[in-house]
Design a protein around this ligand. Structure first.
Ligand code: TRP
Length: 354
């Protein structure tokens, strides 16, 4: 049987996961587990780039993400959970890729630039902060995936990763500068040039006036683990400026971003849009109730599964899952590192991790 193609993607532990994570990438991951050999990375090293003074919080947030993943339907039997800090090949590959990417490419990465602005890091960020973008290339390439399912904001990172893969293969694998991305491995490259798979909803707004994207730090997020009444309360915080159910509304406003993202029946979505646009006696309150119901239907099975892990025994179980993942992850990443070092004439004997 041929090996399944691989996927790698991941999350930085910053707290519980929210609906933006779900529509941006998580729902895809759950769906692709059968067709792909999946690796899901806990980017706990990256959490230290801005929160190096909060190690206990990072540890807790890391466990929380695993619980959210399991609740969402990630199956640790089929998929491998990768704890970044226990996979040394990632840190080693980061060095190699740091030499292949230009300083200006890294510092000009639009997602990095945006983060420096919005996180108020302008003049105070650590040396390690921009380094995470190079680290992310290594996170991905250590597993030699063909596909990286991510939210829209991660696209520049995947582009950098593709650049690093091409350059490595050309320099050390004898791949032609004119090779198609899809031919790199056939031509002797160590790394497939992976493709980003952008989520169904590029950018989910937060609850509020819709100007900001959903984010924990902006206090506008609906978490996958929120209780039903909190979901309803938060949806009620959406503001459209519309005055009455008979006022013609804009069916592309923030409320309808939620309608489109979470009401599963396309015919119902079309009907709501039509009536809203015509001001056909359809109040925002009614639409909100329907959206909240749809979200709660989506989240109900997740809440039920999560309840199994919210206990000290649950924490122990999560730690066991992480340990098993580390073992599988290192088997793959060590193989990659060996192949990369061999290509770089750094093959001084193959090591095994204890
Ligand atoms: N930077 C990503 C985020 O904040 C997390 C991440 C780290 C990641 N390494 C990755 C995503 C590798 C995809 C692939 O969401």
């Amino acid at each position: 049987m041929p090996e399944k193609p691989r996927i790698l993607t991941g999350d930085t532990p910053t707290g519980r996961l929210h609906l933006g994570h779900w529509v941006g990438s998580l729902e895809r991951r759950v769906a692709l587990q059968d067709q792909y050999d999946c690796y899901f990375l806990l980017a706990n090293m990256h959490a230290f780039t801005t929160r190096f003074d909060k190690p206990a919080d990072i540890r807790q947030d890391t466990l929380e993400i695993v619980k959210d993943w399991l609740a969402a339907g990630i199956d640790p039997q089929r998929s491998t959970i990768v704890l970044q800090t226990e996979v040394p090949a990632i840190a080693e590959l980061t060095w190699f890729f740091a030499m292949l990417l230009s300083f200006n490419d890294v510092m000009g990465n639009p997602t990095l630039v945006h983060e420096l602005e919005t996180k108020g890091l302008k003049d105070s960020y650590s040396f390690g902060f921009p380094m995470y973008t190079v680290g992310q290339c290594a996170d991905i390439l250590a597993f030699r995936p063909t596909l990286v399912p991510v939210g829209e904001d991660q696209a520049p990172h995947i582009e950098m990763c593709r650049k690093a893969a091409r350059k490595f293969n050309q320099l050390y694998g004898g791949v032609s500068n004119r090779a198609n991305d899809d031919d790199h491995v056939a031509q002797g490259g160590v790394f497939p040039v992976p493709k980003a798979l952008i989520g169904r909803v590029g950018r989910l707004p937060g609850v509020g006036d819709g100007s900001a994207k959903m984010s924990k730090s902006l206090n506008n997020a609906i978490f996958l683990s929120d209780a039903p009444k909190d979901v309803q309360k938060k949806i009620n915080k959406i503001t459209t400026g519309r005055q009455s159910p008979t006022e013609p509304g804009d069916p592309s406003n923030v409320l309808f971003k939620f309608v489109e993202a979470f009401i599963p029946d396309p015919a119902r979505v079309a009907e709501l849009k039509d009536r809203y646009a015509r001001g056909d006696n359809l109040g925002d309150g009614h639409v909100k109730a329907e959206v909240a119901d749809a979200i709660n239907t989506l989240l109900e099975p997740m809440r039920a599964r999560r309840a199994e892990f919210d206990s000290p025994a649950g924490d122990a179980h999560v730690l066991d899952i992480i340990k098993a993942g580390v073992k599988r992850a290192n088997a793959t990443a060590e193989e990659t590192l060996y192949l990369a070092k061999k290509a770089m004439r750094l093959d001084f004997g193959r090591r095994t991790l204890a």
